[in-house]
Design a protein around this ligand. Sequence first.
Ligand code: NAD
Length: 265
Amino acid sequence: MEAKGRRVIASGTDGKKVERSVAVVTGSARGIGRASACALARRGFDLALADRLEAELAETERLVRDIGADVMILTGDVSDHADVQEKGRAVIERFGRVDVLVNNAGVSQPKSLIEISEEEYDRTIAINLKSCFSWCKAVAPTMLEQKAGRIVNISSVSAHMGANANAVSKFAYVTAKAGMLGMTRALCKELAPYITVNAICPGAVRTDLTSALFDKRAEKLVETIPLGRIGTPEDIAEVVAFLATVSPNFITGEVIDVDGGQYVN
Ligand code: NAD
């Protein structure tokens, strides 16, 4: 298979060119993360897949291997900073480089400010926001050495809109997702000119995170989406792949809403 996304990085001992680009995708056991891993594999990336769900991660591994990618599995909790640093080192040791980081792992948090406990707030921020800091910290020095790298943060349109009373996720989730937009803008300047940092804000996308709620009110929800349907993980994954591969690349610090027009500003 011709691997479009790969760049020549070294000569093998047999004199042949060794080619590969490497992407880390967090939360890649299912949903948007799995679809993104597959979309990147189709563009010739090798993958480091991070998630806490072992069985589902093994299924993503099978899918991307079938497409032709080399794969490294990183099972663990993205909110564990020390563990993420170790995993980052392991990826660099195994593949020798990191070209793309997709910060996608996230959990919903349905409680309002009045309902949420301090512990629940801290946990939501740790998984949805601090994990992005930890993974950027783990791979950005290598990207800087390479003078090349792309970071894609998966935020949410709720970062713009806040959350309605019947939303899947409220206060702490929205706060974390808005924090990701600030992080995107800060890092776009700090890591320029070699590393681009962009965010995607998905709207309503049918995944394990959202299915139960969408089932209850699909018709009403669709009425709020100009394109007239709920999104799929592939809708988001194709934009991840675009940001990971567009060439020449003059996009950084940008926030792309992929929401069928639900949030029009
Ligand atoms: P999902 O629940 O299917 O996938 C999230 C993945 O993150 C899961 O595989 C889960 O195991 C992993 N994860 C969660 N906590 C983790 C932890 N502590 N350590 C390691 N892995 C962990 O959900 P999804 O809908 O595919 O969501 C992907 C991203 O998109 C999330 O950040 C979510 O907030 C965002 N998003 C989703 C929607 C939507 O409508 N589905 C809308 C806006 C934003």
